[in-house]
Design a protein around this ligand. Structure first.
Ligand code: SF4
Length: 424
């Protein structure tokens, strides 16, 4: 039995409806083409050949059978893709700007700071008590901002400074401090230890920073970390940046490719590796937006790659398939009673009719709502093979309509699009 809030990794795989789920936390989301091929081979040989790009820029191999786990872990470990032990893996929850070290609009190269924080987290045994979902973000301050992605402790590189510095902030508070970049691992550890100490003083033992800040106030955490906030953040969380298609950033170029529901087959990953080597820098960058970036691809090469790609590769941000999100659903997850992804695709054109961009429909296999914790215009929650419809809310919210089959869901979406003034 996996405890509540438990988070799977490669060394602590999670049993799902289609076998074990093996999650790879790849440093900075940077995957060399050779490593991508090794992962693709492992997914095909030891799993069911399917992988998911997670909302935390991790890569999850699906359908791994128990007897295959040692061979898969051994193959990945030989490539340096897995930590030495499960506790280090669990606490090394760092997300970073996907173009770290490449974006000319970044304040500075954050790559060394990503590695330094990961090393500190993996080696400091006092931090192993952190809840498994407790996470850090290091943002390079460039255009592909991570401001729309949640984190317990966030570092954003400061633009325009002679020496590299970060603004550090806590979830749930606008207070922030400015620190020298070299102090990042130490400051992260102090704030994380402050979180542990302060949360022990709460009856509810909050497991995320925002909940602890709400319970005890941000000032108590800064004090416990022996730090003082010196500035306030202006609200900045917005829509995810548009990274699909070909982009030119000063002297840098990249091609962003999305995948339906962030799902890749082993052959997709092997193909991306080939494209990165043939046309780009030989590297893939994973993003939290269920897309992969190929750095170093010029406009002409982008056309060639798109001509070679399968119909499952998305480069147009207006693609109707981007209007929907869905968890793996049945049969991959034992909690689901409907094939959520198949149904979401069937409803995608109606979801796109609700708005020309963004996610408008979340189809969830149960009220847990794994695919999208934030509110959505329409959420369909499976229950006993039918759907309950939540308007402008989360999967766990009270439904507006209950017991809808797929046809009735389509009717409801059509009616909402008509009310919005759009034409499905
Ligand atoms: S939302 Fe429910 S059905 Fe979907 S993956 Fe999560 S637990 Fe499984």
């Amino acid at each position: 039995m996996q405890p509540k809030g438990w988070c799977p990794g490669a060394l602590r795989p999670m049993l799902s409806g289609d076998g074990y789920l093996v999650r790879l936390r790849i440093t900075g989301g940077v995957v060399r083409a050779s490593a991508a091929r090794a992962i693709a081979h492992g997914a095909q040989t030891h799993g069911n050949g399917l992988m998911d790009l997670s909302a935390r820029a991790n890569l999850q191999l699906r359908g791994v059978q128990e007897h295959s786990l040692p061979a898969l872990v051994g193959a990945l470990q030989s490539r340096g893709l897995i930590d030495d032990d499960a506790q280090a893996e669990a606490v090394r929850n760092v997300m970073a700007s996907p173009l770290a070290g490449l974006a000319p609009d970044a304040a500075f190269d954050i790559s060394p700071h990503i590695r330094a924080l990961e090393q500190r987290l993996a080696s400091d045994v006092a931090l192993r008590a952190l809840p498994s979902k407790f996470g850090f973000i290091i943002d390079d301050g460039g255009g592909l901002s991570l401001s729309c992605v949640g984190a317990d402790i966030r570092f954003v590189a400061l633009q325009g400074d002679a020496s590299p510095r970060f603004i550090v902030s806590l979830a749930g508070s606008d207070d922030a401090a400015v620190i020298e970049a070299a102090r990042l691992p130490d400051i992260a550890a102090r704030l994380a230890l402050a979180f542990l100490n302060e949360s022990r003083k709460c009856d509810s033992s909050p497991r995320r920073m925002a909940a602890l800040v709400a319970a005890r106030g941000a000032a108590s955490l800064w004090r416990a970390a022996e730090l003082a906030p010196t500035t306030r953040l202006s609200p900045s969380a917005g829509a995810p940046p548009q990274c699909l298609g070909h982009h030119t950033l000063g002297a840098s170029e990249f091609l962003g490719l999305g995948f339906v529901f962030g799902r890749l087959r082993a052959r997709d990953l092997a193909w991306l590796a080939d494209m990165a080597e043939t046309y780009g820098s030989g590297e893939l960058r994973l993003t939290p937006w269920r897309a992969v970036l190929l750095p170093g691809v010029d406009a002409g090469a982008a056309q060639d790659i798109l001509a070679l790609g399968s119909a499952d590769v998305i480069s147009d941000p207006a693609d109707a398939r981007l209007a929907v999100v869905a968890c793996p659903g049945a049969p991959a997850c034992a909690s689901a009673t409907t094939p959520t992804q198949e149904h979401a695709l069937a409803l995608a054109p109606l979801a796109r009719a609700l708005a020309p961009s963004g996610v408008e429909l979340h189809v969830s296999g149960c009220a847990k709502g794994c695919a999208r914790p934030s509110p959505t215009a329409v959420t369909l929650v499976a229950r006993a093979g039918l759907y309950d419809l939540v308007a402008a809310g989360r999967a766990s919210d009270a439904p507006l309509l209950q017991g809808l089959d797929l046809h009735a869901c389509g009717d409801a979406l059509r009616a909402m699009a008509t009310t919005n003034g759009a034409r499905p």
